[in-house]
Design a protein around this ligand. Structure first.
Ligand code: SAH
Length: 214
């Protein structure tokens, strides 16, 4: 385990602030969460750099700036974020950040070995307001809906219908990267049957895979 990571984590939080993250709750949680615990030992020397890193199975732990940005966008909704669904648990890093800022996090991952490791990390960090499911994120998690917020950490070729229908009709908010090689971060809010959409710049994520679970 990396020793004395606090100094590095503090510097990362400062960098995120300089890069435009303004929500102090998000900055605080990014500073106090040990990102090095979410990756293979051999990469921990890079844990507090502002980059995505490989976590096995062809997947990555998202870039800290993107994690902070998506979390900030979610918390900026008009309604309080109580029930939040995450699609693409991966390392569990984004899950852990969310769990410290909202009441309850549900997270879906299609690769069981990643989900297993992420679960272990949540226990080690004493985070107990999280439920995880091995499943296909294109379907969301119907039995726990509606959600105040849904955050997707893999790029979808189009916005999954199931996720739209699982948003709370009174202003539930979905944050999702959409596109193939060129991706945009979309923010979609539901008001009854109406969906209001905004776009927040270009991003780069691994794909939200269609089909069988791994
Ligand atoms: N938030 C994660 C990002 C991991 S990368 C982190 O910071 O570590 C995206 C994750 O989405 C991968 O773990 C990948 O397996 C998962 N994923 C891709 N397609 C999926 C699908 N259809 N359903 C559920 N998870 C999916």
């Amino acid at each position: 385990m990396l020793k004395n990571y606090q100094g590095q984590a503090r510097k990362l939080a400062q960098l995120l602030q300089q890069a435009g993250i303004v929500d102090t709750r998000v900055l605080q949680v990014m500073e106090s969460t040990p990102r090095h615990s979410f990756m293979p030992e051999s990469l921990t020397h890079k844990a507090y750099e502002n980059t995505a890193l490989p976590i096995g199975n062809g997947q990555t732990i998202s870039q800290p700036f993107i994690v902070a940005k998506m979390t900030e966008l979610l918390l900026a909704a008009e309604r309080p974020m109580v029930n939040v669904l995450e699609i693409g648990t991966g390392s569990g890093y984004q899950t852990a950040i969310l769990a410290q800022l909202v009441q309850k996090v549900y997270s879906v991952e299609r690769i069981s070995s990643l989900q297993y490791q992420a679960k272990r990390r949540m226990k080690l960090l004493d985070l107990h307001n999280i439920q995880m499911k091995h499943g296909d994120g294109w379907e969301g998690w119907q039995s726990k809906a509606p959600y105040d917020g849904i955050l997707v950490t893999a790029a979808a070729s189009r916005v999954p219908e199931a996720l739209l229908s699982q948003l709370d009709p009174a202003g539930g908010r979905l944050i999702i990267p959409v596109g193939d090689s060129q991706q945009e971060l979309k923010i979609i809010e539901r008001y009854g049957d109406e969906y209001r959409q905004q776009t927040s710049g270009g991003v780069r994520f691994v794909p939200l895979v269609q089909g069988e679970l791994a």
